[in-house]
Design a protein around this ligand. Structure first.
Ligand SMILES: Cc1cc2nc3c(=O)[nH]c(=O)nc-3n(C[C@H](O)[C@H](O)[C@H](O)COP(=O)(O)OP(=O)(O)OC[C@H]3O[C@@H](n4cnc5c(N)ncnc54)[C@H](O)[C@@H]3O)c2cc1C
Length: 330
């Protein structure tokens, strides 16, 4: 290099003193479990499988997570009720063949009250006692319009379900506001309406910024909501896909996530490790702020959720064999 070569500005090395370490920012350690800080309560979400291969994947996932004794596991309902039969068969198999407590998602869209009530009554008769009550979405590009004889909104569905049986009911909440809500305050009023109608818990849309969720809790409490609002945690392994999907459901994706995943596009192994760490950090921040229940969107894959649960101190009562989960690579 000669005297005319321009060099980019070099970062100034901070002075290496012990004082710098002693006065620098503080980070909380990973939580050590004790009687005073029990492991959090977890729940897991699955979607109903479309074919035999996905069915096998789902049940491998369920068997792997079952020993973690989640509070409940929920099974989604396809847009417009398209998976009604598959949701039903997954939920009833959970009742028959596992120790898990299933929660069936149920939506209002595209069905009359009588049809929705019949599905709910059938669940009750099969021993299902927990419903996640939702409005559902219109097909892409169409505005939502209630079925002429249907439940118009989730709050109406909650009230209808309570007339059928004393279901435990969870509803959806949106820390970043539902995409079609008139405004954030009216969206919180809607959440309160659902809880007042008989729901006992809200599960949130996934989010990545813990501060957004904590501010949402403040606003919910100020609006008179006292029921638990359980954060929905989505471990993300594919940043580009998550960014696209998040835009549709109104979840903001912070720039730091893009930076973390940059350069790993062809490196799935590293992406999975980053995904686990990001989700575990998110949970840890919320735990440090008093939150002790978490709902994981598993996408029917157990390994990330299992690893994060383990970090949080949620472990099987009896250690699993070394080979557990080996079938679920990739
Ligand atoms: C945890 C979770 C699980 C989900 N599971 C599924 C699933 O299994 N299947 C599926 O299809 N979708 C699912 N969804 C997506 C959900 O169906 C959509 O987000 C849908 O657009 C809204 O459903 P909701 O139950 O929140 O609706 P609602 O609570 O009824 O609210 C929908 C919108 O209408 C507004 N609103 C409510 N009442 C009124 C009123 N009286 N007048 C005017 N506006 C009103 C609300 O502010 C909001 O903007 C899930 C979402 C979450 C967060």
């Amino acid at each position: 290099m000669n005297q005319f070569t321009s060099r980019p500005p070099q970062p100034v090395e901070p002075e290496a003193t012990l004082e710098r370490w002693l006065t620098g920012p503080r980070f909380a350690p990973l939580p050590m479990r004790s009687a005073a800080t029990p492991a959090p309560a977890l729940s897991f979400e699955f979607f109903p499988p479309k074919n035999d291969a996905l069915e096998t994947q789902l049940w491998t996932c369920i068997r792997r997570l079952e020993p973690l004794a989640p509070r409940f596991v929920s099974v989604t309902y396809g847009a417009g009720g398209t998976t009604q039969a598959r949701t039903h068969s997954t939920v009833t198999r959970l009742v028959r063949e596992t120790s898990l407590i299933p929660a069936a998602h149920l939506t209002c869209i595209g069905a009359s009250r009588a049809e929705v009530d019949a599905v709910a009554q059938d669940y009750w008769d099969c021993g299902v006692r927990h419903i996640v009550a939702l409005r559902g979405d219109a097909p892409a590009g169409e505005a939502y319009a209630p079925h002429p004889d249907g439940y118009a909104y989730a709050s109406d569905l909650v009230a209808g379900l309570k007339r059928i049986g004393d279901f435990e009911i969870s509803v959806a909440a949106y820390p970043e506001t539902h995409p079609t809500a008139q405004n954030a305050d009216l969206d919180i009023d809607n959440l309160k309406r659902k809880l007042d109608a008989g729901a006992t818990r809200a599960i949130t849309q996934y989010f990545f910024d813990g501060e957004v969720f904590l501010r949402f809790l403040d606003r919910a409490l100020a609006a008179g909501i006292t029921a638990p609002i359980v954060p929905g945690i989505m471990p993300v392994t594919n940043y580009a896909q998550a960014k696209k999907f998040s835009a549709m459901c109104g979840t903001s994706v912070p720039d730091w996530m893009g930076e973390l995943f940059a350069g790993t596009e062809n490196d799935p192994e590293t992406r999975r490790m980053i995904a686990a760490i990001v989700a575990a950090e998110q949970v840890r921040l919320l735990q440090a702020n008093g939150v002790d229940e978490f709902h994981f969107y598993t996408l029917n894959r157990a390994d990330l959720t299992y690893a994060i649960a383990h970090l949080l101190g949620v472990k099987p009562a009896v250690p699993v064999a070394d080979t557990a989960g080996a079938a679920e690579k990739g």
